[in-house]
Design a protein around this ligand. Structure first.
Ligand code: A2P
Length: 331
């Protein structure tokens, strides 16, 4: 669902790359996509328009068409017998619905039986918890301060087009148009992702606070976030500051992260080696580097965490959930 979108296209690519055992693929989108095709394993498949009958005889429905579509059609798909893996924020904080990052809380997938829906977390949260979890297990994280540098593809295909159109317009002395963001994104940074809430934070920032606690199964972890949109096409970066109960040296943290599932340590400053969105894009690992002690507190660490927001931050995580579903549950 949402097969023509930025995340939907990656979902199809992930299913193909990971050799997911698809008997039949049904790409769904809106009327705007009538006549469009999706290529899957060399075959062109017609995109169909979403209707309430779209989910008959479907085993797994991957949703990435926005919150309102998920709210309306997610339960319909579940009632029709599909297990929904939903990439929107519609169901993430529903206590009956599991919110899963396979490297962190794969056991929660079992709770899909509650409502037939599993929620895929927010992109910035996924890449952060993949790194936090092994450190938490070793030293108990008390507090996280995170600032993000998020790519425009997280907003969707229209935002990717807006950034490239603005760059082209600027270099050819044409007027710059802005439709997706309230300000120009080319050569700018917007400390504004999703809507502003009464507490002064954005919804994206509060997603990082609440979703981290739910995925890691620990309400005692305090999180504060500032989320920023930057003129990068693919790959979110995060500056993460941690305070732990137990002391973790840099060497210990590096050793733990080097063994953590889904994580790759890229940390050799002497050779200019550190994670960057250009390197993270197009692959599935979460890269971590700039691992150093925070000297301003007793037990503190600073990290720089980068991942492909459309892949591990969305499509890959959803397909990994689907893989566990078919392996352990939908036999
Ligand atoms: P469409 O391309 O037909 O508009 P993105 O996140 O890149 O903006 O993509 C959103 C995805 O969700 C697209 O595949 C889009 O289809 C789909 N979508 C958005 N609104 C609807 C809707 N009302 N009904 C069906 N699909 C929708």
């Amino acid at each position: 669902m949402g097969a023509t979108g930025a995340v939907g296209q990656q979902m199809v690519a992930c299913l193909e790359e990971r050799r997911f055992p698809v008997a039949q693929l049904f790409p769904l989108a809106s009327e705007r996509s009538l006549g469009k095709k999706v290529t899957y394993l060399g075959k062109e498949i017609q995109v169909e328009v979403l209707t309430k009958d779209s989910f008959k005889d479907i085993d797994i429905a991957l949703f990435s068409a926005g919150g309102s579509i998920s709210k309306e059609y997610g339960p319909m798909a579940a009632d029709a017998g599909a297990v929904v893996v939903d990439n929107s924020s519609a169901w993430r904080m529903d206590p009956e619905i599991p919110l899963v990052v396979p490297e962190v809380n794969p056991q929660d997938i079992a709770l899909y039986t509650n409502r037939g829906i599993i929620a895929n977390p927010n992109c910035s949260t996924i890449q952060m918890v993949v790194v936090l979890q092994p450190l938490h297990a070793a030293a108990r994280i008390k507090r996280v301060v995170v600032s993000t540098y998020q790519a425009v593809s997280g907003t969707g295909q229209k935002a990717v087009e807006e950034l490239s159109a603005q760059v082209r317009a600027l270099f050819s002395c044409q007027p710059v148009e802005k439709k997706v963001y309230p300000h120009r994104i080319a050569f700018n940074c917007l400390p504004h992702i999703d809507v502003f809430l009464e507490n002064g934070y954005t919804k994206e920032e509060m997603k990082m606070v609440h979703e981290t606690k739910k995925i890691m199964g620990d309400d005692s972890i305090e999180v504060t976030a500032t989320t920023v949109r930057v003129p990068v096409f693919y790959g979110h970066s995060e500056s993460v500051n941690l305070e732990t109960e137990k002391k973790l040296t840099v060497a210990e943290a590096k050793k733990i992260l080097a063994q953590a599932p889904g994580v790759k340590v890229v940390d050799d400053p002497a050779k200019n080696q550190y994670p960057m969105p250009l390197e993270a894009a197009g692959q599935d690992l979460t890269l971590v580097g700039r691992i150093r002690e925070d000297f301003s507190i007793k037990n503190g660490l600073n990290l720089w965490v980068v991942a492909d927001n459309l892949r591990k931050g969305a499509a890959t995580n959803a397909v990994q959930i689907a893989e566990i579903l078919i392996q352990d549950y939908l036999k």
